[in-house]
Ligand binder design. Structure first.
Ligand SMILES: Cc1ncc(C[n+]2csc(CCOP(=O)(O)OP(=O)(O)O)c2C)c(N)n1
Length: 292
């Protein structure tokens, strides 16, 4: 069976939108994820598909200040994908925002490509703020960025970082949380993709991270729990972070985004086996049909 993979040239701007528009963008991201992973023949399907709804609102809903044609804009907001293995969704977001050609999505994980399995700084891909993939490292760097913005430069920038929930089993995360709360980093928005799946099974069975809300609250976070596939709830949570930042509430914000691994593709839904597996041709055809 053959599948002729094509990436459209469609890009999206960054503005207020309806839930239906966000869903259409999220499904475009999902199609890119399926297509690029099919060509790569390796990589992570489940996490990126589950985080697509949140990423659609974050990057295309007017919540981050950035200019894809001027990636080093000095006062830009920054996004750090701490769960670096979810790179396929970040690469699709950056391409669809205009940082680089959507055609480059076909090079995922290829030798010499700028789209490595985990984001790197050495390959020079615009829009990548730091290398990540060693779990716990990205969010720790994001906390450092927020500290320098708030405490040293005293500017108005915001830092967003997305961790997995399995990632929170990495101890470094909790030192980062303690630092963020202790330094009252109200310019930091920490998003937890809470699909309760990780590489070996359910997060709660491998090693429980719960209760999560109370843990972050004890580190001085304002915690917002949402359905990570409900666009109105995502919008409200990001609005709340904006108001926390504007009003200097002296607490970082944590959005616990309850999601499903593989969301959008029926045979991948809520199944941890799709954590680190790409689709084959038959599976990709079925997935793309469902995402039409
Ligand atoms: C420090 C470190 N230990 C182990 C790994 C291997 N690893 C990659 S992803 C992953 C599971 C992460 O689970 P989660 O954050 O929930 O992501 P999801 O399964 O939802 O995509 C592990 C253990 C790693 N990348 N870094």
């Amino acid at each position: 069976m053959n599948l002729n993979v094509e990436f459209s040239d469609l890009t999206f701007d960054n503005k207020k939108r309806t839930p239906q528009e966000f869903l259409e963008i999220a499904n475009q991201l999902r199609k890119d994820i399926i297509n690029s992973l099919l060509l790569a023949k390796s990589g992570h399907s489940g996490g990126p598909l589950g985080a697509s709804d949140f990423m659609s609102v974050l990057f295309f809903g007017g919540y981050m200040y950035y200019d894809s044609k001027n990636p080093n804009l000095p006062d830009r907001d920054r996004f750090v994908l701490s769960a670096g293995h979810m790179a396929p969704v970040l690469y699709s977001v950056l391409a669809r925002a205009g940082y680089f050609s959507t055609q480059e999505l076909s090079t995922l994980r290829k030798y010499g490509s700028r789209l490595q399995g985990h984001p790197g700084l050495d390959v020079g891909l615009p829009g990548i703020e730091t290398a990540s993939g060693s779990l716990g490292q990205g969010v720790s760097i994001a906390v450092g960025m927020a500290m320098s913005d708030k405490l040293i430069d005293k500017n108005n920038r915001k830092v967003f970082s997305l961790t997995g929930d399995g990632e929170l089993q990495e101890g470094t995360c909790w030192e980062a949380a303690m630092a963020a709360g202790s330094h009252k980093l109200d310019n930091l928005c920490w998003i937890v993709d809470n699909n309760d799946c990780q590489i070996d099974g359910r997060v709660k069975n491998v090693m429980s991270i719960y209760p999560l809300k109370e843990k972050f609250e004890s580190f001085n976070f304002d915690v917002i729990e949402i359905d990570g596939h409900n666009f109105l709830e995502i919008i409200n949570a990001l609005d709340k972070f904006n108001s926390n930042h504007t009003n200097n509430i002296q607490k970082p914000t944590c959005i616990i985004s309850k999601s499903y691994m593989g969301k959008g593709v029926s045979f991948m839904l809520d199944d941890y086996k799709w954590h680190g597996m790409p689709p084959n041709v038959e599976q990709a055809i079925k997935a793309l049909e469902e995402l039409k």
